[in-house]
Design a protein around this ligand. Structure first.
Ligand code: ADP
Ligand code: MG
Ligand code: ZN
Length: 479
């Protein structure tokens, strides 16, 4: 029998607000354990939460970008459970009236487009972190992350392959980063997904029983886990067994998943409306204001780069893959007025240096003004293209001023015909073999002579001048 894989995702995104959701503690990642805490987020009795309005702003933004309806009257609920990283013994979340509902996100896999339904997006607070210390054989608890705002984005079970899941996660991540609502650093857990997987016979109208893998924060692991788990479930069914609804843990090193707990002893969270927080009412003004201030999303940017700047679809998508890179490109293009040149330097030099030095997009500090200056110096004939690369690298690595750097290192283009003529004459005299070759019709020899001339002029000559002078001299020599 042939089986169809079905996947649904619950994605958690940590919001990049300055302060936590119900107190003024910082949301900054890391820090000495238990230093980013106060009586509110560490769950002292008798304290009262105050909602951070920015969290609602970000949720509306995320909802609009994923085509959701905004729930004009929404509320918080308490989800009760005991765990050492949750000092209040409840998490403030939204069960009955989540802020966003009924959205959809378009994805594309191998040229085929489809929509993934968004069931809801709700606001909630993050829990702390347990640190297991194998040395002292004890577990420590760090409450710094308690109360950091989260959005949980719940999809419909609309995925039919691991490739669709990765396409969606990539798009979601890109969108949230462009919206400025989250840095989505997977390695710091600011984006993580619970992955629900089931299989059913192809053509079946009824979904199979699902298992869930929680808190996955690597696309690669998610991809492997889906394929592994689908295969495991098919084997269970084929051998006459039944799939048990349970939470499983993915072990990327062992390349396998293991049962953790089954739904039979799942917890009852005893949700009830949060009595300490007022319902949130969202008026037309708030929605309009958010719409008016939405940053341009990557898809719109790609289309604009193609129509406005004449970039290819491929170039436009490479540049927009990271927000910071897109902004650097746009600012550079605006400053030098040469979008294609700006695209070439961003895709060529900038990306090469990023991968060479292992620099992440969010760590980029290069000033677009300096890239624009380099582009101008090339088009004004101040430096040639190979020198431009050298200057770019110095700007990237040492943040030098391009003009000063060119001056101090004597890199300005040599365009003095008499000097070039002198050098060409010497190169021709020193390389009789090349002249023989040229006489014998071996055109390649000319390239060698150009190279020798360039080298003698320390790479700074105007290549056009070198070619012109060499052609003239060769005419004389070759007759
Ligand atoms: P629960 O209330 O138990 O958490 P939900 O209905 O909220 O269940 O679904 C949780 C997630 O599981 C959603 O992302 C949904 O798309 C996904 N899901 C539900 N049923 C299935 C299934 N049969 N196969 C795969 N994913 C599923
Ligand atoms: Mg759920
Ligand atoms: Zn606090």
């Amino acid at each position: 029998m042939n089986y169809q894989t079905v996947v649904g995702l619950e994605v958690h995104v940590e919001l990049s607000t300055k302060s936590k959701i119900f107190c003024s503690c910082t949301t900054e990642f890391g820090g000495e354990p238990n230093t980013h805490v106060c009586p509110v987020c560490s769950g002292m009795p008798g304290v009262l939460p105050v909602l951070n309005k920015k969290v609602v702003d970000f949720a509306i933004r995320a909802g609009l970008a994923t085509n959701c309806e905004i729930t004009r009257y929404n509320k918080f609920d308490r989800k009760n459970y005991f765990y050492p990283d949750l000092p209040k013994a409840y998490q403030v979340s939204q069960l009955y009236l989540p802020i966003c509902r009924n959205g959809k996100v378009e994805i594309e896999v191998e040229g085929k487009k489809k929509y993934i339904g968004i069931h809801e997006i709700h606001m909630e607070e993050d829990a702390g972190k347990l640190v297991h210390d194998p040395w002292d054989d004890c577990t420590l608890v760090d409450y710094n992350r308690c109360g950091v705002p989260l959005l949980e984005i719940v999809s419909e079970p609309d995925f039919r392959s691991a490739d669709e899941v990765i396409a969606y996660l990539t798009k979601l991540r890109e969108t949230m980063m462009y919206l400025g609502v989250s840095d989505c650093k997977m390695q710091e857990g600011s984006m993580r997904a619970d992955v629900n997987i089931s299989v059913m016979p192809v053509g079946s109208a009824k979904f199979g029983t699902r298992t869930e893998m929680k808190n996955m924060n690597s696309f690669k692991a998610i991809y492997r886990a889906i394929n592994y788990e689908a295969k495991r479930q098919i084997e269970v069914l084929e051998s006459g067994g039944r799939v048990v609804q349970e939470t499983r843990r993915w072990d990327d090193n062992k390349d396998a998943s293991f049962a953790m707990r089954s739904k039979e002893n799942a917890q009852d969270y005893r949700y009830f409306p949060e009595p300490d927080l007022l319902p949130i009412e969202i008026g037309d003004d708030w929605i309009k204001d958010t719409k008016d201030n939405m940053p341009e999303l990557p898809e719109a940017k790609r289309k604009r780069y193609m129509s406005e700047f004449g970039l290819s679809e491929y170039d436009a998508s490479v540049i927009t893959a990271e927000r910071q890179v897109a902004y650097i490109f746009e600012d550079t293009a605006a400053l030098c007025g040469k979008p294609k040149e700006a695209a070439n330097y961003v895709m060529g030099e900038l990306m090469r240096l990023m991968s060479e030095t292992g620099t992440l997009a969010e760590e980029l500090e290069i000033e677009p003004k300096k890239i624009a200056d380099i582009i101008k110096f090339v088009s004004d004939g101040k430096i040639n293209r190979s020198v431009a690369k050298e200057v770019f690298e110095a700007v990237f690595k040492k943040n030098v001023d391009p003009e000063k750097y060119i001056e101090e290192n004597n890199l300005a283009m040599v365009d003095d015909s008499s000097l070039v003529e002198e050098v060409v004459a010497k190169v021709i005299a020193d390389n009789p073999k090349s002249i023989e070759d040229l006489k014998a019709g071996k055109e390649k020899a000319k390239g060698f002579l150009v190279g020798q001339t360039m080298k003698a002029l320390k790479g700074k000559a105007n290549p056009q001048t070198v070619n012109k002078v060499l052609d003239e001299k060769l005419k004389e020599v070759l007759g």
